[in-house]
Design a protein around this ligand. Structure first.
Ligand SMILES: [Zn+2]
Length: 240
């Protein structure tokens, strides 16, 4: 066999071996989050599904190799219930879940939080401005998606025809808020780039998010602010 085929074979076998925990994982029993999102632990985690009717996890490397698709059971239920609602409130939109927490909690590569199963990153859906249709092309970048940059009005830097779909994000957040309350949680904080918030709150559903008093971070360190445009970060808190 040629050397490059050997390389591909070994790579594939390694991937399958590293995927075993996810392939055999069973969501059952109670989860336990301890500590904070910045210094915490997660016991008996639930794995978000790889895909559903209107959503998919964004990266096989993050999901199967880094084991980063885990959450607290209540967050898991909240995510799925919200996507169910979005089947009606956001028809024809396909969502992507980005990084959740590591299987055992603790630190995730490149994230300061996400340690106790109560933080989730959601990919910002995008719209083709010329056709008022969802743009899915850049949603396929996997981990590289975190590197996308947008202007202060949500325009993708190297594709002027692609914009963040603020209305859909707001509808998704409303669905998350409702599902969280149904499951004994609430949205503690959303992190989204400060300069994008005026466009977000201008949309019809953005106004409803504001009315509900869902808290968005008011000031962020420079780097944290810069990277929260291609995705919005949600911290949940357990109420009961
Ligand atoms: Zn995050």
């Amino acid at each position: 066999m040629k050397r490059r085929y050997w390389f591909l074979l070994i790579l594939s076998i390694t991937f399958v071996i590293l995927s075993i925990p996810e392939l055999i994982h069973k969501n059952e029993g109670k989860s336990k989050s301890s500590g904070t999102v910045g210094k915490g632990k997660l016991e008996n985690p639930y794995l978000v599904p790889w895909s559903g009717k209107n959503f998919r996890y964004f990266s096989p490397i993050s999901y199967f190799v880094f084991d980063n698709g885990y959450t607290h059971a209540k967050v898991h239920k909240t995510i799925l219930e919200a996507y169910k609602t979005c089947e009606t409130t956001c028809p024809n939109i396909h969502f992507k879940i980005m990084e959740c927490s590591d299987k055992s909690g603790s630190k995730l590569l490149f994230h300061k939080t996400h340690q106790n199963g109560l933080s989730v990153d959601f990919m910002s859906p995008k719209i083709k401005t010329s056709r008022k249709k969802q743009s899915l092309l850049f949603d396929q970048l996997g981990l590289w998606h975190y590197l996308l940059e947008f202007s202060n009005s949500g325009q993708l830097n190297f594709s002027k025809n692609t914009n963040i779909d603020f209305e859909t994000i707001a509808r998704h957040i409303l669905a998350l808020d409702k599902a969280a309350r149904n499951n004994g949680l609430h949205i503690k904080k959303i992190i989204f780039r400060i300069e994008l918030k005026d466009d977000f709150f201008k949309t019809p559903s953005g106004k409803k998010v504001k009315q509900k008093g869902i808290y968005f971070a008011q000031a962020l360190p420079n780097w944290t602010n810069r990277v929260h445009d291609d995705h919005y970060h949600v911290d949940f808190e357990i109420l009961r």
